[in-house]
Design a protein around this ligand. Structure first.
Ligand code: PMP
Length: 411
């Protein structure tokens, strides 16, 4: 049955050459988008064009190619700024990915603002990337990590969050959307509540940006991170948005070229934003590829993406709920992109392997969110995760594959 929404997915799929292949003699059904998403031709072409025509280092050359590559690099920063509705392109820092963005904030803002006995608040549904950097900081400073619990649906317990905040809280760091559960967190309310204590908020948007319109000014958040490779751009590049005043006051993250304005052996002065945080030759091609991905998404429209995926998620949820012996992990009322499940008597890795033989690519494991697995009393789940190029037929193939799994294990 075709999707009930208006997105022309048949045309869209033609933009993604990788999807038109067979694996194990079956058409590829790619449902591992939360791990990484596929790239449209325009992104692949932007990378090729850069290396064929414009490749040169940025910001320091006087020649044509360097001017062109600098111009494309900085144009991409402007695209990200508009995509996130940030007030200024100085607030857009290019990093390796969401992980590096969080580490940057922990090592700069965190190390200057957190002391012994202070507290950092995260949630029980965070990716390891939004746990470990804070744990490392707390260990170094003698600070305390406080964790907002989640209920059986996989939703944050907001009243518990409110109780965790106090005059020792220095930062709140939460995911916008959980990669393991799909829960969409009420980040606007989280920011409001934290700000009433004058506590800044970092939002891990790795799983939100591919699925919905994100407006950092509307969210009023202080930091927002995401990875290009989950948003149809290249790997090895990502974005840290930071409120200008906070970034101004933060010390640099790494030292090196491009982040300085003058160096002597006695004293170095640092460059202005955003360059203060971009030491060394960056991933120029990656940034340009990310810019191409944003252009592509702008054309499709994030509202259309969200509506299509919402339809798929509802369709998939209904289908999986009707399979006996299958338990969905993560049934939040507000959800995006993720169908995580366990089947009685079947190890999630075995389910993943059998699905692969049917051409269905899913992920099996703890999804870098071991505390979430502990919370639900499982060691792993099988996770199907969606993108706008998926169809109801993809969900039907997943369901047929799960029936195969059950036959193999005669569940
Ligand atoms: N946070 C979340 C919610 C994620 O899903 C991921 C990637 N799985 C990350 C952070 C880390 O992203 P990256 O590995 O691209 O830095």
């Amino acid at each position: 049955m075709p999707s009930a929404t208006s997105l022309d997915v048949t045309a869209i799929r033609k933009d993604f050459p990788i999807l038109a292949q067979q694996v194990h003699g079956e058409p590829l059904i790619y449902l591992d988008n939360a791990a990484t998403s596929q790239k449209p031709k325009c992104v692949i072409e932007a990378l090729t064009r850069f290396y064929q025509m414009d490749n040169a280092n940025i910001h320091r050359g006087v020649h044509q190619l360097s001017e062109r590559s600098t111009q494309s690099y900085e144009a991409a920063r402007g695209k990200v700024q508009r995509f996130l509705n940030a007030a200024n392109s100085r607030e857009i820092i290019f990093v390796r990915g969401a992980t590096e963005g969080i580490n940057l904030v922990a090592q700069t803002y965190g190390r200057t603002h957190v002391s012994a006995g202070d507290e950092i608040v995260i949630s029980a549904m965070e990716h390891h990337s939004n746990i470990v950097p804070w744990q490392m900081l707390c260990e170094e400073k003698g600070a305390v990590l406080r964790v907002i619990p989640i209920n059986d649906r996989g939703e944050l317990e907001f009243d518990q969050f409110e109780k965790l905040l106090n005059h020792r809280t220095r930062l709140v760091a939460v995911s916008h959307v959980s990669n393991a559960l799909g829960t969409i967190n009420p980040v606007r309310e989280i920011v409001n509540t934290a700000h009433s204590w004058n506590v800044p908020v970092l939002i891990d948007g790795a799983q939100a940006v591919p699925h919905m319109k994100v407006d950092v000014r509307n969210l009023d958040c202080d930091f927002y991170v995401f990875s290009s490779h989950k948003v149809f751009g290249p790997t090895g590049i990502g974005v840290l948005y930071g409120r200008e005043q906070l970034l101004e006051d933060m010390p640099p993250y790494q030292g090196g070229g491009d982040m300085i304005s003058s160096v002597t052996f006695e004293k170095t002065t640092y460059n202005d934003l955003p360059y203060k945080f971009e030491a060394g030759t960056p991933n120029i091609a990656g940034v340009i590829g990310l810019g191409a991905a944003i252009d592509y998404l702008d054309q499709i429209g994030m509202d259309a993406v969200a509506a299509h995926e919402h339809d798929l998620l509802e369709y998939g949820t209904r289908a999986l709920e009707s399979i006996s012996g299958l338990r969905l992990i993560g049934t939040a009322r507000e959800k995006a992109g993720v169908l995580s499940f366990v089947i009685d008597g079947v190890h999630p890795h075995d389910a993943g392997t059998i699905l692969d033989r049917e051409g269905v690519a899913v992920r099996a494991g703890h999804h870098c969110a071991q505390p979430v697995m502990d919370r639900f009393g499982v060691s792993a789940t099988t996770r199907a995760s969606l993108a706008f190029y998926n169809t109801r037929e993809d969900i039907d193939a997943l369901v047929a594959g799960i029936q195969k799994v059950k036959e193999v294990f005669t569940v």
